[in-house]
Design a binder for this molecule. Structure first.
Ligand code: HPA
Length: 252
């Protein structure tokens, strides 16, 4: 098993990660967000990729998700833990809490969202047929459970479920959009779980996420939504997310 960590907002670098090699790779879809960082984290081999680029310059809709997932597969990765900043729609997901989401509702548009686009195989990991992957459970159940156990061992409270609404961004939502998502059943909202999770499934990578609630979603809190507040809340939960990762890596 080789583990990859995809860093989201607030995690363009992984503290205490001993990088052995920075590997610049190319893929049939173009370059990934950054060179892959290969190294040791808590004594184990880990591949790290910052989703928004090493300097956080790539917006959610501009991320080359196919290149990122392909590059990880090509590096021999079998499991992916994705760190993700989200807004809380339900009061069960207050700012500065952490969730291990179990479901996704996709509201994104115009993203390159599949390796199976009907033509000849676009890479060596897929065949040339159209393939309808089973996505009933978008997150890998065994990986989710291990993350939840890791959080328990680290004595960090996490919500062990969450329906993640994925929006196109980069703007935040309107209050009415959040109302609609809540009616749909969404509990948290972010911009990057799709197509990342589906592409991982298409290439047979086990994928789960640690979602850091950075703010109350639009219309749900009393505070104005500013980047400064979001960043401050992410910084306040970063250590907890890292502690979960550390437990995960040392135990599993
Ligand atoms: N909406 C969408 N994405 C986000 C949010 C939000 O409120 N907070 C952090 N990422």
């Amino acid at each position: 098993m080789t583990l990859a960590i995809i860093g989201g907002s607030g995690f363009d670098q992984l503290p205490d990660f001993a990088i052995v090699e920075r590997r610049k790779v190319s893929t049939p879809y173009g370059p990934p967000s950054a060179p892959l960082s290969l190294g040791k984290y808590c004594g184990s081999k880990v591949v790290f990729l910052p989703r928004h680029g090493g300097d956080h310059s790539i917006a959610p809709h501009g991320i080359n998700y196919r290149a990122n997932i392909y590059a990880l597969k090509d590096a021999g990765v079998t499991e992916v833990i994705a760190l993700a900043a989200v807004g809380g729609i339900s009061p069960d997901f207050p700012a500065r809490s952490i969730a291990i989401p179990h479901q996704i509702i996709d509201y994104t548009s115009a993203r390159e969202h599949t390796f199976y686009d009907g033509g000849p195989a676009s890479n060596s990991y897929v065949d040339d047929k159209v393939n309808h992957i089973d996505f009933t459970e978008p997150y890998d159940q065994s990986l989710r459970l291990r993350l939840i156990q890791a959080a328990q061992h680290a004595a960090i409270e996490v919500k062990d479920s969450g329906v993640y609404a994925v929006t196109q961004g980069p703007r935040l939502e309107t209050a009415a959009e959040i109302d609609r998502m809540e009616k749909d059943g969404a509990e948290i909202v972010g911009m990057t779980a799709m197509p990342e999770a589906a592409l991982a499934r298409e290439l047979d990578l086990r994928y789960a996420s640690i979602a850091l609630v950075a703010n109350a979603a639009a219309g749900r809190g009393s505070q104005e939504l500013t980047t400064a507040t979001i960043d401050a809340n992410l910084a306040a939960t970063a250590d907890d997310a890292l502690a979960i990762l550390e437990q995960f890596i040392s135990r599993f």
